[in-house]
Unconditional design. Structure first.
Length: 481
């Protein structure tokens, strides 16, 4: 298990360490030394001896001054470009100790290696004017190394209009969540973490293969389908394709039983039954009426359900009377948006919601921009307010339950097609049916969907795969862990 931290958390840990007696200059020396080692390795790999450090006036700039001085001591040809007028106390001391050349204006020559020490986590305003010119200068280098995070990247991983795109990023102390979220996944390049002696706790969890593997232990030879739980996919009155995708994923999840429940308007249709049975013969097909309550360990509802009074009554009954794990996706979330999310507070079951940004916007009444600016905080706040596990889907999905948060880092752009969310809902329900707690089931489902997307991209490219292809690669995704 890895952990990542927000900029605010890291500032708190820094301040705590300083209060405990570690001078800020000592932390800066450790950070600068670690950065120098990474820059040296890059220069040797690229076969060059020179680099330029672009430094701001804060502690990120101070790290750059320290690193440049270390490299000067090893006879590398380094220079510093700094246009700042105000400096932090620690940066002033680092600047005074630096004995090399400091450019007061942007040089006309191009560098192979440029090191971004402009803002890091200290950005609190848009980049403009001279700073925008500095970012442009950095971007023209052949190889860009960012100190902590690329300048211009917000805490939520959103790239400002002007932002450094790094080839590699050296995080100081701990991995930063900004590098995992939204644009951060593309702006940071290869990421390494330098231990500078700042203890941290809590943090956002990052599940790895070994963590997922523990949720899929080897099966006992003396076992039967009843040992692995019963999952139900509850179709509504809209599209049947969406719940069938959920069924396909549920059948691959490891659940002992997968049952598809169809409303009375649909169930009598021979064509519908034949189509569903031919596609997934291992799935149990059943009808339900308006007083239906599934006898299953986990239920997924909302995929292709439609939005209306009957669906709202069904959702209200499920929340109030069902006692297993309930996964709410797609139209179930739209039902909550239309008829009121407060019914989430009157539930007798464990609930997992799986909104994408627009669904979460409708559900919370907040703009997509607001939600994406702080996806971890927003998911955590909604989870705490309504007692649900939130799976906030984006290129990097955020999972929140109470005080726990996780970011899923598997995935591929191939998942940016209709039906991927339906696959995820069925996959989470099937995993939860085995008795896996909601948070872990959500993390495992997100991880495996992402891994399946990665495999699909390798074998089929990024444009061709659709949701049925993602389904077909789920066995390989499971086997990979």
């Amino acid at each position: 298990m890895k952990y990542a931290y927000t900029n605010a958390q890291m500032r708190m840990f820094d301040e705590r360490e300083i209060r405990r007696g570690t001078p800020a200059e000592t932390l800066m020396e450790r950070a600068g030394s670690a950065l120098a080692g990474k820059v040296k390795a890059a220069m040797e790999r690229l076969g060059v001896r020179d680099a330029i450090f672009v430094c701001g006036g804060g502690n990120n700039g101070g790290d750059g001054f320290v690193a440049a001085e270390h490299l000067r001591d090893e006879s590398f040809d380094v220079a510093v470009l700094c246009l700042a007028e105000r400096f932090s106390a620690a940066c002033i001391k680092a600047k005074e100790r630096y004995r090399g050349e400091i450019f007061g204006k942007i040089p006309r020559r191009k560098y192979v290696v440029a090191v971004d020490c402009l803002f890091g986590t200290g950005l609190s305003r848009p980049i403009e004017g001279e700073n925008a010119a500095l970012v442009d200068f950095i971007s023209h280098a052949d190889h860009v190394i960012a100190c902590d995070i690329p300048s211009g990247l917000t805490d939520g991983g959103i790239a400002s209009d002007i932002c450094v795109k790094a080839d590699e990023t050296v995080c100081m102390g701990q991995l930063k969540t900004a590098l995992l979220l939204a644009d951060g996944a593309d702006m940071g390049g290869s990421i390494s973490v330098a231990d500078i002696g700042i203890p941290a706790e809590g943090g956002t969890e990052i599940f790895e293969d070994e963590d997922i593997k523990t949720l899929f232990p080897a099966k006992k030879s003396c076992s039967h389908k009843g040992h692995y739980g019963r999952a139900a996919i509850l179709a509504g009155f809209g599209s049947l394709g969406a719940p069938l995708l959920s069924v396909g994923a549920c059948l691959k999840s490891g659940a002992g039983y997968t049952e598809l429940f169809l409303p009375p308007e649909v169930y009598p249709s021979p064509g519908t039954l034949l189509s569903a049975a031919a596609k997934y013969p291992a799935c149990i097909l059943s009808a339900y009426d308006d007083r239906f309550l599934p006898h299953a360990d986990a239920v997924a509802f909302g995929m292709g359900a439609g939005v209306g009074e009957r669906q709202f009554e069904m959702l209200t009954r499920l929340l109030g009377e069902y006692q297993g794990t309930l996964v709410l996706d797609a139209d179930a979330l739209n039902i909550l948006s239309v008829y009121g999310r407060e019914i989430l507070k009157n539930k007798g079951c464990r609930v997992i919601i799986t909104p994408h940004p627009m669904e979460f916007s409708r559900l919370t009444g907040k703009s997509v921009g607001t939600l994406l600016a702080d996806p971890i905080g927003e998911a955590k706040a909604f989870s705490a307010a309504y007692g649900v596990t939130v799976v906030f889907k984006n290129n990097r999905t955020v999972i929140a339950e109470g005080e726990r948060t996780a970011v899923n880092v598997t995935g591929s752009p191939v998942l940016a097609k209709g039906g991927s969310g339906d696959v995820l809902a069925g996959l989470i329900a099937g995993i939860a049916a085995r008795g896996i707690p909601p948070f872990e089931a959500a993390c495992a489902g997100s991880f495996l969907l992402g891994r399946s997307g990665e495999i699909a991209a390798r074998e089929m490219g990024e444009y061709a795969p659709d949701a049925t292809d993602i389904l077909s690669f789920l066995p390989k995704a499971l086997k990979s862990v």
